[in-house]
Ligand binder design. Structure first.
Ligand SMILES: C[S@@+](CC[C@H](N)C(=O)[O-])C[C@H]1O[C@@H](n2cnc3c(N)ncnc32)[C@H](O)[C@@H]1O
Length: 194
């Protein structure tokens, strides 16, 4: 069963269109083409695996950047609320070009406190964490989004800067305490089943 928001087919069309209009650099700066080491699945497949057939009214994204992953998320959720400290100005153009603007709410915040308070106030059924990868930042984002019951982390584990291994650190320290599916660079979390 595919998502009522277009699922895999719409998401692939969006990526092709965005690459054509904004160039291949866009793809390099985004997670969308990164493949899971174990499964070989890319971001779109990874979302389809868990979100197809699930009713996601609102998906939250931490880390907008070019806006491409938010556009892809809009194929699996009615509404995407995406947070960043300094998103690229071209993101709005990308959403317009790929006809997802009416599904995206962009939040530009200058302090994590504001983001956390906002997340506390809004309901959502899924979160994608791809913002500040520092340990304490990822921990704060996870604590603020775990109420959704389904969280996808990107850049797991992170090797470049040892302190930017947020998702890995959460796992090693038992802070993510539920059911985990590890497929580097993707890590899925769901709460423990009763
Ligand atoms: C790796 S990029 C996101 C890529 C995007 N998700 C994609 O795949 O197309 C990380 C983004 O997180 C943003 N960021 C950094 N610190 C943040 C924070 N504390 N909260 C939210 N976003 C943050 C950066 O400005 C940057 O745009």
């Amino acid at each position: 069963m595919s998502s009522q928001w277009g699922g895999v087919d719409r998401a692939r069309r969006i990526v092709t269109l965005a690459a054509k209009k904004f160039g291949d650099d866009l793809l390099r700066n985004s997670c969308v083409l990164m493949r899971g080491k174990a499964s070989g699945l890319d971001f779109i497949d990874v979302l389809a695996q868990r979100l197809d057939g699930r009713e996601v009214k609102t998906a939250v994204e931490i880390g907008t950047c070019t806006g491409l992953s938010a556009a892809v998320l809009a194929c699996f959720a009615e509404m995407v609320v995406t947070f960043d400290v300094k998103p690229l100005p071209s993101a709005a153009d990308l959403w317009h070009t790929t006809t997802v603007s009416n599904q995206i709410c962009q939040v530009v915040m200058h302090a994590d406190d504001a983001k956390i308070r906002m997340l506390d106030r809004i309901p959502f059924e899924f979160a994608f964490i791809d913002g500040n990868h520092h340990r304490h930042a990822v921990a704060a984002d996870f604590v603020a989004t775990r109420k959704s019951g389904l969280v996808l982390f990107h850049d797991y584990p992170w090797m470049v800067n040892p302190l930017n291994d947020g998702a890995d650190w959460l796992v090693k320290n038992g802070i993510v305490d539920g059911m985990l599916a590890k497929d580097s660079p993707y890590l899925w979390w769901e709460p423990p089943s009763c």
